[in-house]
Design a protein around this ligand. Sequence first.
Ligand SMILES: [Fe+2]
Length: 242
Amino acid sequence: MENEIVVGINRTGLDMAHLSKGDMIDYAQAKAPRAPENDGAFEAMHMAYIEEAERLGSVPVPATMKAMAATAVQKVTGKNPEVLIDKLGERLAFERTGTRLYEAMLLKCGAVDSGDNNPIDVPALGRIRDDEEMHFHLVHKFIEQLGADPTSMTPCADVVGVQGFGLMQVISDPRTTIAQALNALLAAELADNASWELLVELAEQTGHKDMATEFSAALQSEAQHLQLVKGWLWQTVLQEAS
Ligand SMILES: [Fe+2]
């Protein structure tokens, strides 16, 4: 695979046709379709859609009698246990995607020539992949302990699934370089770290001490992932530039 940024025939910029630049601008101004003057209709239509839209799915009712009773008790005391279930569903979806992102990255690293500019420690990359899977099982365990269904897609799980599409596309595209794929992993790890932090706080606030303790350990390993990925990206880009 090509693993470096090169100078080549790129015709996307105006400077490629320096002499006819003025003509092109004149032509575009004369012929290209224009967006209508803003009379507020676009915003009004969007606002109407936002106001009328239904929500993005729901958190399922617990299937077991015990969990149903626990939910009812919490509801009576003004608590919303579904928020925690929704965020756990989100982490479950994200860790699943994370595992796949690292699998795609391992594949890409396998295709790079050993002489190429690749500072990635592949065994460490494999360990991060395993951590992501371990975190998936950890979240799965706590969802089950709460009497919820880990196979259901919660609204926030749906949202992070959509977010992850772009990251997966970047890494699995055969044309992207190691540095470009690392950039996508960095976005994933930044979001992952912030999300685990929130989840630890949420577990503590909702009185789930064991969950908060185990999630704190997961957060620590996520912080290491972030440092590794960021370091590899820096090394790759700075080496390539010098
Ligand atoms: Fe991670």
